[in-house]
Design a protein around this ligand. Structure first.
Ligand code: NI
Length: 172
């Protein structure tokens, strides 16, 4: 396994639409999935999308969470060519960060509950429902596949701040 370099905001790959994956069960994909999970864990992230490691591929990994707490015992969700549908239209505002935008946090509205689907690295169909933090992580990572970074989702620039001061952001 290898730690991958993480693209930082400003690199064009983060603004481009990623290419669909033709061979989800290839050795290349399996290797990329392993490296992305290791890279995400090493960087203490909660999700990672392939364009963030300079690969134009519709692939995300996302830590699982329930009731706002990360679930560490279960392997992260791997979704190739992912899609989601909105199950509850209510938007929840909460803090987000991104490994491609170090040092900053923003308050971003996301759908509270979604249904997700895609393929895993064995080519098997994966589907499920996600609420709260898990739903937020999946929406953030799928945004990366469409070249959207979370600052583009801010309702107001004053919802963006430095990590050290981020506790103030939600209170406004
Ligand atoms: Ni991100």
């Amino acid at each position: 396994m290898t730690l991958l370099k993480i693209a930082q905001m400003g690199h064009p790959i983060l603004l481009a639409e990623a290419l669909p994956v033709d061979a989800p069960d290839s050795e290349d994909m399996a290797c990329l999935v392993r490296d992305m999970i290791e890279t995400m864990e090493d960087a203490r992230g909660v999700g990672l999308a392939a364009p963030q490691v300079y690969r134009s591929a519709r692939l995300i990994v996302a830590k699982r969470a329930d009731l706002g707490e990360l679930i560490e015992e279960v392997p992260p969700l791997v979704l190739i060519n992912p899609q989601f549908e909105v199950l509850e239209k209510d938007l929840e505002r909460d803090l987000e960060g991104c490994l491609s935008i170090p040092g900053l946090r923003g308050v971003v509205p996301r759908y509270r509950k979604i249904g997700y689907s895609g393929l895993d690295q064995n080519g098997k169909r994966v589907e499920g429902e996600a609420t709260g933090l898990f739903s937020r992580i999946i929406q953030h990572e799928i945004d990366h596949l469409d070249g959207v970074l979370y600052p583009c989702r801010l309702v107001d620039w004053s919802d963006l701040g430095c990590e050290r001061e981020s506790a103030h952001l939600l209170r406004r």
